[in-house]
Design a protein. Structure first.
Length: 203
């Protein structure tokens, strides 16, 4: 039977089987994450100085949101979307084989490497390197940079803590409620003493 294009959906429209969807972020969370772009670019510059064979670096959320990029010649949005898709498959593989949480993913092509490292709980770091790069050095610096970027992004994505002023304001109310009880006992005692004093004087 001849294959017809309308028999099946295009590959881009089909969802991978068994790959969980990333959580949807609110607009406030996205703004907080994207606010960390400047320090992320500084980290990319330091990373390139330590590994001269790097040709690009990108930090993205697990949902494919571009946080910061330094990828000349490569579209960052497309790379972030592919990274999110590869991350979903990699997480599925580690879960199915009992390897634990995702840590890193390395892909080698004819002209170089694409390495993806976990960056905290909500982001990943993707590095592009030439074919002659020292893979051990790439892993070492990529893991360190991923840990630093993860701390920065998780701090930006964390919700603001409530000020302790509300809890301290409630404390005086509780103390006022407990004050009337000792004052009542003192008044009762004083009335008793005065009554006893009158009886002694009358006698």
């Amino acid at each position: 039977m001849r294959w017809r294009p309308f028999d099946r959906k295009p590959f881009e429209d089909r969802e991978p089987v068994g790959v969980p969807r990333p959580p949807q972020r609110s607009r406030a969370e996205r703004r907080n994450l994207m606010a960390a772009e400047a320090p992320l670019l500084d980290e990319f510059r330091r990373l390139r100085a330590r590994v001269p064979q790097l040709t690009g670096a990108l930090a993205a959320g697990v949902d494919g949101l571009v946080l910061a990029h330094d990828t000349p010649g490569v579209e960052p949005d497309g790379l972030a979307a592919l990274t999110a898709a590869a991350l979903g498959v990699a997480q599925r593989m580690t879960d199915a084989t009992g390897r634990g949480d995702f840590r890193e993913l390395l892909v080698r092509g004819a002209d170089g490497y694409v390495a993806t490292y976990a960056a905290g709980d909500t982001a990943v770091l993707t590095l592009l390197a030439k074919d002659g790069v020292n893979v051990g050095r790439l892993h070492l610096e990529g893991r360190r940079a991923g840990a630093r970027i993860g701390e920065l992004i998780d701090a930006e994505a964390a919700p603001p803590r409530r000020s302790p002023a509300k809890s301290s304001a409630k404390e005086p109310k509780e103390s006022k409620e407990t004050k009337p009880m000792p004052t009542r006992t003192r008044n009762a005692r004083t009335t008793r003493t005065t009554a006893n004093a009158r009886t002694t004087t009358d006698s």
